[in-house]
Design a protein around this ligand. Structure first.
Ligand code: 5GP
Length: 199
């Protein structure tokens, strides 16, 4: 069995991570999406257990105490965290586990996982990013400004990532991520090499 690994995708809010990932999940087998836990309010159309596990601040803090997270961070005034057991179990089953997490979370994971693949999804420009967030129509003006401020900060960390994918045209971005995954699957260190089997 080929070894599983972590695929970390970060990028500013509104850059299109959700859309890219949705497509990947339909085209690549062996991928599993790690559903995060959050204290932020559910957006219209989001589904408990699919988009996120929604918790109160108190419940989240209890989970921190119980060491339930691989990493967690406070983003835009809310907690977000990656459930530890799910990720470890799936990697042990040989799966590629996708984490769609912010830069702080990615850097924390990097300290503990040396075989992760880190992809930064960037917008073609900040003005285009703002258009996309405004057009989504789910955030208040204050929240949009906060997300833009965070986007500027996040873009400064691109050098910490292995790959940069600019989401200018959605299909090209999806193709690029697919190519990265295919190449990473075939790293010698992840292959189960045994030419003697079947002899
Ligand atoms: P949103 O509220 O738009 O769904 O997500 C806001 C930010 O939180 C995004 O940058 C997203 O990648 C990040 N995020 C989502 N889940 C997690 C998580 O489990 N851990 C961390 N550190 N960030 C997360």
């Amino acid at each position: 069995m080929r070894k599983g690994f972590l695929l970390i995708i970060s990028g500013p809010s509104g850059v299109g991570k959700g859309t890219v990932l949705h497509d990947l999940m339909n085209t690549q087998n062996n991928l599993v999406y790690s559903v995060s836990v959050t204290t932020r309010e559910k957006r219209p159309g989001e589904i408990e257990g699919v988009s996120y596990f929604y918790k109160t601040h108190e419940e989240f803090e209890q989970m921190i105490k119980e060491d339930k997270f691989l990493e967690y961070a406070k983003v835009h005034n809310n907690y977000y965290g990656t459930p530890k057991d799910f990720v470890i179990n799936k990697i042990n089953e040989g799966k590629i586990v996708i984490l769609e997490i912010d830069v702080q979370g990615a850097l924390n994971v990097k300290k503990n996982f040396d075989n992760g693949v880190y992809i930064f999804l960037a917008p073609p420009s900040l003005s285009e990013l703002k258009n996309r967030i405004v057009n989504r129509g789910t955030e208040s003006e204050e929240d949009i400004n906060l997300r833009m401020k965070n986007a500027r900060k996040e873009l400064q960390y691109i050098n910490e990532y292995d790959y940069l994918v600019v989401n200018d045209h959605l299909n090209s971005a999806i193709n690029l991520v697919n190519e990265i995954i295919n190449a990473e699957k075939h790293r010698v260190s992840r292959e189960d090499i045994n030419f003697e089997k079947g002899e």
